[in-house]
Design a protein. Structure first.
Length: 358
């Protein structure tokens, strides 16, 4: 049976007896915390879920930590935790399998480095935050002497990498999906992603569109939305621009104007603005976390450059200068290199001598 008592130092200590007959206890600031912990240990023994502290792995502890201390977080936050756990299981299974008392700082850093090789930087940051929260709580509960995640850093992204290039097959499949009618909850998200994929527009620019921004000759970009939904002017003068659209997109935008409730182009069914995480989560579910909204812009620019697009015109459409387009948004593939070799091969030259008399 679990018990709770007050220590001479004025703190509260929870105590229970493990299946081997050993008494185990921990100290807490409040009686409620001590009782909740002791009772949860008792329940885990009764349910057959109890794990010795010496054998408790990170895979055991993170779900227990979330259930006990983060159960009241918003649903979007809960989903980000689940996604982070999935990434850890996929790319850092060795770290999850280690007892938390044997984890050292290099173990966590190696796992984060591996995640950085396979996931977007933001996903890595969120995952590291989850690991840190769980390990810091373990220290606070005296399960660990020190936090092995202290000093762990997310590797800096490559400066020349502005996103991932989506291969042609995956892009065709994605566009086919986005062009299909969706349900009332997903249609606005599908339409916004289709606009980004076919114009190279930034996601915060697409989200900010109002009915008045739809012109006969295209879409006017004169504002962006930050992560909190606050409308702001574009970062640069070049970012304020008129973006032409295809007939397909014009038809979609006109439909959205006619259906708008609050004057916004991409609204949720209740009239609220679509948040950045909504689009990111939709793509993540659709592509198993392999594609982000920014990758759509990245792929649009790269494909346009490869096809020989006029760089000044492309700069005017995307709002980035030519140097940025070439340095950040384009990849050089083996096919690109081969094409250069073929173009540089010597050709037979017809030499024409002038005619006339001396």
């Amino acid at each position: 049976m679990s018990t709770v008592y007050k220590t001479p130092q004025g703190r509260w200590r929870g105590q229970y007896t493990d299946p081997d007959g050993r008494r185990r206890s921990k100290t807490f600031r409040t009686r409620a915390d001590a009782k909740r912990w002791a009772d949860s240990m008792e329940r885990s023994i009764d349910d057959g879920r109890w794990v010795s502290p010496e054998d408790l792995t990170l895979a055991d502890w993170i779900p227990e930590f979330l259930a006990a201390y983060r159960s009241h977080a918003a649903e979007a936050t809960q989903e980000s935790y689940r996604h982070s756990l999935d990434r850890l299981r996929l790319h850092a299974a060795d770290l999850l399998a280690r007892p938390i008392q044997s984890i050292r700082q290099p173990d966590v850093q190696r796992a984060i480095n591996t995640l950085a090789d396979h996931c977007h930087a933001r996903t890595v940051e969120i995952t590291l935050t989850l690991v840190r929260m769980a390990l810091k709580k373990a220290v606070a509960l005296q399960m660990l002497a020190t936090d092995p995640s202290a000093g762990v850093k997310v590797p800096p992204p490559q400066k020349s990498h502005g996103g991932r290039l989506i291969d042609a097959g995956a892009m065709r499949a994605l566009l086919e999906h986005l062009r299909q009618p969706g349900n009332i909850r997903s249609q606005a998200t599908r339409d916004a992603l289709l606009l980004i994929a076919l114009t190279g527009m930034r996601s915060q620019e697409a989200r900010s569109l109002r009915c008045e921004d739809i012109r006969p000759d295209g879409v006017m970009i004169d504002s962006v939305l930050d992560r909190h939904g606050v409308r702001k002017p574009p970062k640069t003068v070049a970012s304020r621009r008129l973006v032409p659209v295809t007939d397909e997109l014009r038809e979609m935008l006109e439909r959205r104007v006619s259906e708008s409730v609050n004057g916004l182009i991409f609204e949720q069914p209740d009239g609220r603005l679509i948040g950045p995480t909504v689009m990111a989560r939709y793509l993540r579910r659709l592509t198993s976390g392999q594609i982000s909204p920014h990758d759509l812009r990245h792929t649009f620019v790269t494909n346009a450059v490869r096809a020989g697009a006029n760089l000044k015109a492309l700069s005017a459409i995307t709002g980035d200068n030519v140097d940025t387009l070439l340095k950040v948004y384009t990849h050089v593939s083996m096919e690109d290199k081969q094409a250069v070799l073929e173009l540089a091969q010597p050709r037979e030259t017809l030499i024409v001598f002038p005619t006339g008399t001396d």
